[in-house]
Design a binder for this molecule. Structure first.
Ligand code: GLP
Length: 242
C-alpha cells in the first residue's frame, strides 16, 4: 500500500483483493480474513477495510453472511450472445457438467404468440418442454421451449433429462439449426420460479426469447429462458461500421 499514492487507500486495498480473487489465490467460497486481520496485515484503518469490502459486495465479488463473515462469490457466467449455442455446449465449454430436470413435456396447441413465432396457424399441435437447467448441481435457468417440425411428437419418447435438445434435433432428426433471433429483457422471479432457481422471490432475472431457424429459414424453436440475474453476465462483441 502506498500512502503517498494519489489513489485512496481503500481503493488500493479493493484492487488488491480483486487481484487475489482473479488469480485464484482467494478461491470461490473462501472466507476472508477478519477485518482486524486485514487492518493489521495492510496497516490500514478499520474504516478503510470496511469501505473496500462494502464496494466489492456491491460489485458482486464478495457476499456477507450474518455472523459468519465475508466470502468470495462464485464467478459469474459470461454468456456470449453472438453465437448460437445450447446450454449443454455453454456449460461443457466451461468445464462444467450440465443437467436438465424435466418439469413438464408434452404436445399442446400453439397459443397466438407461439404460433406467430413459429409461423404456424394458431392451435397447431407443438411439442412443449419446460426444464430446469443446472450445472455442477447449481440451478441456473428455467427454459420453456416450443418445438415444431413435422413429426415433432416423436420427441415425447426422448430422454430429455440426459440429452441435449440441440444435439437430438441435429443428429437424430437431421434438423440443422443455423441462426436465431434473440431478445433480452429484465424480469423478476415469481414465487415458483424463485423456488426452483433457489433465489428469493422478486430477485432480478434475465429473460431471453429465442426463435431458432433451420438452414431453410423455417423457425423450429421458440424458447423463453429465465436466467438467474446474480449468476449471469451477457456479453456481445460490437464492431464499428464505417
Ligand atoms: C439454450 C437456449 C434454448 C435452447 C437450449 C438447448 O439455453 N436458450 O433456447 O433450447 O439452449 O439446450 P440443450 O441443447 O442443452 O438442451
Amino acid at each position: 500500500m502506498y500512502r503517498r499514492a494519489p489513489v485512496p487507500l481503500y481503493y488500493q486495498l479493493k484492487e488488491l483483493i480483486r487481484d487475489k480473487i482473479r488469480s485464484g489465490e482467494w478461491a470461490e467460497g473462501m472466507r476472508l480474513p477478519s477485518e482486524r486481520e486485514l487492518c493489521e496485515q495492510y496497516g490500514v484503518s478499520r474504516m478503510t477495510v470496511r469501505q473496500s469490502i462494502t464496494d466489492l459486495v456491491h460489485e458482486g465479488l464478495l457476499y456477507r453472511e450474518q455472523g459468519r463473515g465475508t466470502f468470495v462469490r462464485r464467478a459469474r457466467i459470461n454468456q456470449q450472445l453472438d453465437r448460437l449455442t445450447s446450454f449443454t455446449e455453454d456449460m461443457l465449454n466451461r468445464g462444467q457438467t450440465p443437467n436438465a430436470r424435466v418439469l413438464s413435456a408434452g404436445m399442446c396447441e400453439a397459443d397466438s404468440m407461439v404460433a406467430e413465432r413459429l409461423q404456424l396457424p394458431p392451435g397447431q399441435e407443438v411439442f412443449r418442454l419446460y426444464r430446469l437447467r443446472t450445472s455442477d448441481g447449481e440451478p441456473l435457468a428455467l427454459e420453456l421451449t416450443h418445438i415444431y417440425f413435422p413429426g415433432c411428437e416423436r420427441l415425447l419418447e426422448e430422454d430429455l433429462e440426459h440429452n441435449s435438445l440441440y444435439v437430438l434435433l441435429e443428429t437424430k432428426y437431421g434438423i440443422a439449426l443455423v441462426e436465431a433471433l434473440q431478445e433480452v429483457e429484465a424480469g423478476l422471479a415469481g414465487k415458483e420460479e424463485a423456488n426452483l432457481l433457489r433465489i428469493s422471490p422478486g430477485s432480478p432475472v434475465l429473460l431471453t426469447r429465442r426463435t431458432t431457424y433451420t438452414d431453410h429459414g423455417h423457425p423450429v424453436e421458440y424458447a423463453v429462458s429465465t436466467y438467474r440475474g446474480d449468476r449471469y453476465t451477457f456479453c456481445t462483441r460490437l464492431t464499428r461500421e464505417w
